[in-house]
Design a protein around this ligand. Structure first.
Ligand code: RP5
Length: 169
């Protein structure tokens, strides 16, 4: 197992089907991570303790997913100087817009880098961490450039396939 560099936190195990997208990216890039369920509301002391000790345990970034009354990212950011990336989750009748606002609208002084709602946001949280680490790590930077090239090639292939289908080819 790679050294654990990133914490992936979520307010409930019900967030995992979304947050596993971040884990998939970190795994793909060979960056070690841990997955932890902890809540800003249901277990505030455990959450604060995790954030306060994160740096001394060797973590370099924390990805946080939360849905209802999504304060987890902000609470974690308040307790650590590590970069915190927030993922709003669609967990209520407001379809995640509530979580987006709660996560993104931090008061000046305590930032949470907020991604899109849902799976795209979780995936991008993983990629954002890779981009941060890649600023100083050439292997990761090369891997990220390859990832982008493959993505572009996949779009081209899909376009060709669609054109062939439409032209009856
Ligand atoms: C939030 O409440 C969690 O992040 C989750 O998105 C939402 C619902 O949690 P459960 O009731 O499914 O445990 O704290």
């Amino acid at each position: 197992m790679n050294q654990i560099r990133v914490g992936i936190l979520m307010g409930s195990d019900s967030d995992f089907p979304i947050m596993e997208e971040a884990a998939h990216i970190l795994k793909q890039f060979g960056v070690g991570y841990e997955v932890v369920v902890t809540s800003a509301h249901r277990c505030p002391a455990r959450t604060a303790d995790y954030a306060r000790t994160a740096r001394e345990r060797g973590l370099e970034a924390i990805i946080v997913g939360a849905g209802a009354a999504a304060h987890l990212g902000g609470v974690v950011a308040a307790e650590t100087t590590l970069p915190v990336i927030g993922v709003p989750i669609d967990a209520t009748s407001l379809r995640g817009v509530d979580a987006l606002y709660a996560t993104v609208m931090m008061p000046g002084g305590i930032p949470v880098a907020t991604m899109a709602i849902g799976k795209a946001g979780a995936k991008n949280a993983g990629l954002f961490v890779i981009a941060m680490f890649a600023a100083k790590e050439t292997d990761l930077a090369n891997h990220l450039a390859d990832y982008r090239r493959e993505m572009a090639a996949a779009v081209e292939a899909k376009s060709l396939a669609l054109q062939n289908k439409l032209s009856g080819g």
